[in-house]
Design a protein around this ligand. Structure first.
Ligand code: G1P
Length: 308
């Protein structure tokens, strides 16, 4: 028997994680493995994202994959042989870590079919999501679990019966890497009304320095909008374009943004991914002290080298 959303007391119970990108920026590491499986310290990036969804109350997670699906689905499944070996050795610590990844949530998989863009990937989730609001989490953005964002977004969705996107201020020269929002202030300092959205604008076209970071709480009306989309930037069906239709008043309900000021780690390119590993590494209980000492030593060596 399935549980109706009302009876769980939560308005958003499903999360969709698009994970069909080719990961070309990480080749050859991603030749036979999805980029979402690249580790950050000791967990694949996708596990942090599933944990974030589960921590915000979403136990039903749909991962929209491309090729290389097996690696991802294996990660969220149990591994009887490995578990038996760890059990035999009495290595309960590692056994717990192995269990943790398969017990986080009910993880479902769907193939995108064709790589036609983020809007298309989200549209593919329609049958699974049905007529409910749902969250979308992009794997290239990791949000520090100490700085809750999704819970706040769901709160705003519930209060205002609105679609909600996560926004973050970025330097002007980086706005062309993101969806960008035109906004009006509200009485809540961390909430803005979104009046338009543009995908990856040039600095001259950008309506603000507020970038869409990869967290969305969407109402089911988005699916009809996606169905009517024309290809946008890069010839792809852009989620930003679908959201712009709602933001400019052509939907049932408005779009709001939650302005995030917490810790976010970009893992979408090599340098950011290395930085994310270091930032989370120095905060890691087991590795932090050793890594911090090493980073300080390295910084001193690099400074000396630079002044030579
Ligand atoms: C996607 C979205 C973009 C958003 C970004 C956040 O772009 O299309 O609007 O700002 O994620 O990470 P991508 O980085 O996949 O090119």
């Amino acid at each position: 028997m399935s549980i109706a959303p009302e009876s769980t007391g939560r308005s958003v119970t499903k999360a969709v994680i698009p994970a069909a990108g080719l990961g070309t920026r990480f080749l050859p590491a991603t030749k036979a493995m999805p980029k979402e499986m690249l580790p950050i310290v000791d967990k694949p990036a996708i596990q942090y994202v599933v944990e974030e969804a589960a921590n915000a109350g979403m136990r039903d997670v749909l991962i929209v994959t491309g090729r290389n699906k097996d690696n991802l689905s294996n990660h969220f499944d149990s591994v009887p042989e490995l578990e038996a070996t760890l059990q035999r050795k009495g290595d309960t610590d590692r056994l717990d870590r192995v269990h943790a990844s398969s017990e986080l949530a009910e993880v479902h998989f769907l193939r995108q079919g064709q790589p036609l863009g983020l809007g298309h990937a989200v549209g593919r989730a329609r049958m699974h999501v049905g007529n409910e609001s749902f969250a979308v989490l992009l794997g290239d953005d990791l949000i520090d679990e100490r700085d809750p964002l999704l819970t706040r977004m769901i709160e705003v969705h519930d209060q205002r019966e609105a679609t909600v996107v996560a926004l973050m201020e970025v330097p002007e020269e980086l706005i062309h890497l993101y969806g960008c929002a035109a906004v009006n202030a509200t009485a809540d300092p961390d909430v803005v009304e979104v009046t338009a959205l543009v995908e990856k604008p040039s600095p001259a076209e950008a309506p603000s320095n507020l970038a869409v970071i990869g967290r969305y709480v969407l109402r089911p009306e988005i699916f009809d909008v996606i169905d009517r989309l024309e290809p946008g930037r890069g010839g792809e069906y852009q989620l930003t374009d679908a959201l712009n239709v709602l933001a400019t008043g052509d939907g049932d309900r408005p779009v709001y943004g939650v302005v995030f000021r917490g810790r976010r780690y970009d893992t979408g390119d090599r340098a950011s991914w290395i930085k994310a590993n270091l930032l989370l590494g120095v905060d890691n209980e087991e590795l932090g002290a050793e890594l911090s000492d090493w980073v300080i030593e390295l910084a001193e060596q690099l400074r000396a080298r630079r002044s030579d």
